[in-house]
Design a protein around this ligand. Structure first.
Ligand code: UDX
Length: 469
């Protein structure tokens, strides 16, 4: 099929590259000429596993780049909108990019097309897209609007796209449903998975995936509700972790005990310094705004957001209780990205904590395997950037683990011990077994688990008082 994908951000690039790998002809449209030139030159603007391979495989053949949306619309059967929907001051999504794209698409609809909204949008957006396209003179019989939310995680977006748990498609006509079935046919028929050069299948993936057809409004709600539910799971276990800290229980044991109930499940049950990223924080605010507009006061979402913020403040209090004073302390910070496997620092709890520690007068030496370039644009002064985790830890009063990168879970602890000023590790992502840390001479503080204190530690570095819940 001939497909136009509008917007070459995270979602648009991954979507375009994956549809090309599924055998479709893709034109990626963006109004940023500089970005288009970079993409044509073979540059890959984001850190995403398998994306460079896919773009290299299809660039100039099954993927073209264009700045002309109307021309791209004319030559496509399906036009996918994947532009940004940033939050406004009040938290609801700013849909002006979606609207201007819809307006322009209108000029290119000369035969039947399906316009697909992939950006995360509030309920009713597909109706608005339809209205805008009609308002600009397009015959309503010449197009349908479908909602096809994505459930891509940064870092694993390509495999999430090609090996999804399910594909959700919201439509209002059989004709549009048929087009969408064809679009995903290479996955739902299993054809893609039989190919020798397919992107490797993740262990847990079940193929072929199920295609769930709903109304457009239901599809729009599925996206917001899914993200809200996942964020709620994280906040729930974070709240349980706080209780564990108060009573001296171990949240790892508790979450293992809860997560093995198949009705609850083990995923998204890792406590930490809270969720961040470009989706959860924004989507929760937007969903709350959608609920409010529809007359429902969804206070549960407010609590999910509150617990998430509190999680960061608790961690900061924990650092203070271990270090006593902040001014002039040297902290080795491991991780700046909002999670492991990405260079994205949007709404990163790690970055927010670093900014807070800088305000308190700490000196920070930070390392992140992918996010340092981006972090340098935000953290202007008071931060040194290290070449690796060991350099970041050298001479540190304490080491802080703030992002769940795999390499931070596999540090050479003997080597680390010789580099730090004091052997204190505060782990905001629970990457280590406390007993192992103590064995290597560290005093180790994590989330929702009892502190593990090394006997070798000088008394003055012990926390002054037990942290209050
Ligand atoms: C998320 C959704 O997973 C995806 O379906 C949606 O399309 C976009 O939003 P992403 O933002 O890439 O994807 O990250 P995700 O892997 O879901 O993690 C989100 C945040 O939650 C990260 O900050 C992560 O560190 C945190 N997290 C995740 C936890 O604190 N605990 C967990 O158990 C899981």
């Amino acid at each position: 099929m001939r497909i136009a994908v509008v917007g070459s951000g995270y979602v648009g690039l991954v979507t375009g590259a994956c549809f090309a790998d599924m055998g479709h002809e893709v034109v990626l449209v963006d109004n940023d000429e500089k970005k288009l030139a970079e993409l044509r030159n073979g540059e890959v603007p984001i850190h995403e596993r398998f994306l460079p391979e896919l773009l290299a495989r299809h660039r100039g053949q099954h993927i073209k780049f264009s700045g002309d949306l109307q021309a791209a619309t004319r030559e496509s059967e399906v036009v996918i909108i994947a532009v940004g929907t940033p939050p406004t001051e009040s938290g609801d999504a700013d849909l002006s990019y979606v609207e201007s794209v819809a307006r322009e698409i209108s000029g290119g609809v000369d035969e039947y097309k399906v316009v697909v909204e992939k950006s995360t949008v509030p309920v009713y957006t597909s109706q608005w897209i339809r209205t805008i396209i009609m308002r600009n003179g397009t015959d309503p019989a010449l197009f349908d609007v479908a909602s096809n939310p994505e459930f891509l995680r940064e870092g694993t977006a390509v495999t999430d796209f090609l090996y999804p748990d399910r594909i959700v498609v919201g439509v209002e006509s059989d004709r549009a449903a048929e087009v969408m079935r064809q679009l995903y046919g290479p996955l739902t028929s299993g054809w893609y998975y039989g190919r020798g050069d397919a992107i490797p299948r993740p262990d847990a993936a079940k193929v072929p995936p199920r295609l769930i057809i709903t109304s457009t409004k239901s599809a729009e709600l599925i996206k917001h509700a899914s993200n809200a539910f996942l964020a709620m799971k994280i906040s729930f276990i974070n709240a349980v972790a706080s209780i564990c800290e108060s009573v001296g229980a171990n949240v790892e044991q508790v979450s293992d005990g809860i997560g093995t109930d198949s009705r609850i499940g083990p995923q998204f049950m890792n406590p930490g310094i809270g969720y961040g990223g470009s989706c959860f924080p924004k989507d929760l605010l937007a969903f709350r705004a959608v609920a409010k507009e529809s007359g429902y006061d969804f206070r549960l979402l407010e609590e999910v957001i509150r617990i998430n913020e509190e999680q960061r403040h608790r961690f900061l209090r924990k650092v203070r209780s271990v270090l006593w004073t902040f001014r002039g302390k040297r902290l080795g910070v491991l991780g700046l990205a909002f999670k492991g496997g990405t260079d994205d620092i949007r709404e990163s709890p790690a970055l927010l904590l670093v900014q807070e520690l800088l305000r308190e007068g700490c000196h920070i030496c930070a390392y992140d395997p992918a996010a340092m370039e981006r972090a340098k644009e935000v953290l202007k002064s008071g931060v040194e950037f290290a070449g690796d985790a060991y350099e970041a830890a050298t001479g540190a009063d304490a080491v802080l683990i703030l992002t769940e990168w795999e390499e931070f879970a596999a540090l050479d602890l003997e080597r680390l011990r010789t580099l730090v000023k004091y052997p204190i590790v505060l782990d905001g992502r629970n990457l280590y077994d406390p007993a192992v840390m103590v064995k290597h001479g560290f005093s180790y503080y994590s989330v929702g688990r009892p502190a593990a204190l090394s006997e070798e530690l000088p008394a003055r570095a012990q926390p002054q008082k037990r942290e209050r819940a």
